[in-house]
Design a protein around this ligand. Sequence first.
Ligand code: NAD
Ligand code: WQD
Length: 337
Amino acid sequence: MAILVTGGAGYIGSHTVVELLEAGLEVVVIDNLCNGSREAVRRVERITGKPVRFVQCDIRDRQGLDALFREHAIEAVIHFAGLKAVGESVGKPLEYYENNVYGTLVLCQAMEAVGVRRMVFSSSATVYGAEAPVPYVETTTRGTTSNPYGTSKAMVETLLEDLVVADKRWSVALLRYFNPIGAHPSGLIGEDPQGIPNNLMPFIAQVAVGRRDELTIFGSDYPTTDGTCERDYLHVVDLAVGHLKALKAVEAPGVSIYNLGTGQGVSVLEMVGSFTRVTGVEVPYRFGDRRPGDLPAFWADASKAAQELGWSAEKSLDEMMADTWRWQSANPQGYAE
Ligand code: NAD
Ligand code: WQD
């Protein structure tokens, strides 16, 4: 029996496939490569020394999914596939709802048809909305999301919860990630955003490697220790390990929700300072306007995952910086070379 990983050619998916294979599990990857790379899958094979079964298919393609489930005996699905750019989602709501919500719906229907009813889903801290008290705790109800991307994650959470209510055989883990960064310590796989990076860490890395002139820090007058926003950055390998642990949680029916974060807030200025201290590479920056929709500061209460899954983030901020730089400096253009 194998684990089906949707979006396994992407950033978090590829790191998770490494952990699954290294734990001795069988894996099938499905990805339409709209934001992932075939090369990432080849590099996962290099890291692990194991072949990866890869199927290029869209999760909205029901016939393709049916064929996949016929061909491979799947016991559970880790579902990463989807679109993730917050800003882009504002201009393309239909694409986001179709990929993220309809795509999940089709995937669940195909799973139901073959009696595979275990899913680990990539949700996001964004579902807490703007009003939730910090640190975010899983018992806080979902808040008002401020963009179609965030709303699509909240909608999928609702969809999966309703599925479990309707059919007690379903088992779902909703993993609410905070800010994953870093790369595999081998330097072979990492984050490879297309175009101008939306997120802080890849932007810093691209400035450091000379692909961009300077970082703009969005806002310097937030009510935080140094005026810049604070986030809970966690190492992508820790996050990947969290999925392995969550597979245990979906052995029992029902819905479980887990924050995956470190429990620590780190400011944008601290991120820049830490990168330079660890790598020795200066990152020129200037302060710009606040980015619409940014919250001043949030981080996880990560105690539930520790208690119930035995998972805690173990890697330090220094390791996140060192591993990001190993990946970026060895692959200045990402997988494109
Ligand atoms: P990513 O874009 O690197 O990976 C997503 C993968 O899904 C890509 O390889 C893409 O080609 C594939 N994909 C997209 N739509 C598809 C479809 N319709 N059919 C098949 N494949 C499809 O993103 P990531 O950073 O690895 O994120 C993985 C998941 O985690 C996403 O669902 C994302 O929303 C969620 N998430 C990410 C973050 C983050 O900061 N990176 C935070 C919280 C949640
Ligand atoms: C972090 C901090 C920016 C870029 C987003 C999504 C969220 C989740 C993770 C998927 C903020 C600042 C950034 C730059 C900057 N994704 N920044 N200059 O906004 O916490 O979360 O990614 O679920 O849903 O909203 O992460 O990396 O974009 O920003 O100053 O060029 O860095 O203002 O304070 P964010 P981020």
